[in-house]
Write a protein that binds this ligand. Sequence first.
Ligand code: PLP
Length: 421
Amino acid sequence: EPARLKGGTGPEAAQPRVFDCSVRDALRAKVAQPDAEDAFFVADLGEVQRQFVQWAALLPRVQPFFAVKCNPDPLVIRLLARLGAGFDCASKAEIQQVLDAGGVARDIIYAHPCKPASHLRFARAAGVALMTFDNADELAKMAELYPGAKAVLRILADDSGALCQLGLKFGAAPQDTRPLLAAARRLGVDVVGVSFHVGSGCQSPAAFADAVLRARGVFDQAAELGFRPTVLDVGGGFPGRGDQSGLPFDVVASVLGAALDTHFPAADCGHVRVIAEPGRYFVASAFSLAVNVVARRQVVRDDSGCGGRAFMYYINDGVYGSFNCIMFDHQHPRPRVLASRGRFVDDDGPAPAEPVYESSVWGPTCDSIDCVVPSGALPELLTGDWLVFDCMGAYTICAASRFNGFKISDLVYVDTEGVLL
Ligand code: PLP
């Protein structure tokens, strides 16, 4: 048993939650447990910390406010709060969760341009003053329900190169920003800054530079109308490590950093607090999902090129669960074999030269839309074998349902940097 429980021998010892080992060894330890069958995540808190350290090194002017919606994991939130991150919350419950985990109100931005009145009242009671808006009705609501709010005008960015184009729903168009600022002036709402979002899963670093330029223009409009903006919020859209965008974070950081230096030079803009709302960036690579092959079906396919043999595998998490990212986040998760025929497949060395077959992988529900991998090449698996999907931390657990009576996958942690010590 390579993995051992961190933190003593209390009641948790029977059901380890934090393993003192690598992700690889935790995956193996869980699978080796008697009667192991349920799908489970292994979350590496050390990876979240490494991403934080990389951010601080490559974007030192920008304070990250973790977008809680992406993965509201309590230990991730606690860790990021301790490291000095702020938080982007989109609802009353997210604000409450951050405060409960040790976050502080001044490091929260309520980054939803269309807020229910009760949530806005809650933000006021909690002292969360920084919040976004992008329309006149929201301004009126803020003026009435939270006169001391610190308003950040969310503007449209070019998100044409992103997986999720948030501009379809939010963001003030260029022709609307001046009238909105004038309305804020009339209503007595204090506009303290400008935000944008280049779209989640942004594939184009240039979109950040273009959006910073647009934000500069709106900063200047705000100043002309008598505001003194001090917050630039460059939103989310940063790639996760090793995610399917293939975009290296250092490329995005250097394009964004250069745009900030051009349009908000540190020498003139010392009073401007630059923040961002990364979600995927912090958590995507930190979570791996292990699933069990609960059933399989052999099919004969004339076109399979594998002697006509092809396989359909049924696993115990699917698109109604953690793989909702296929629908909502346009992801194409790819599995690797963790254990087959009772033996672990070494993920460090070269794959053994065994034949592969045309394979599809399906979720556990009765719905045929519940397809995780429509087509791929896998060695022949048996019922009871295990697959792993890496890079599953972003927009997965947070939107999982219990459709058809299937449970949401378990979660254990590893602590590869000693962050919980
Ligand atoms: N900020 C806002 C307002 C969002 O809506 C989102 C995602 O939808 C994010 C930040 C996080 O985006 P990402 O995970 O791409 O960094």
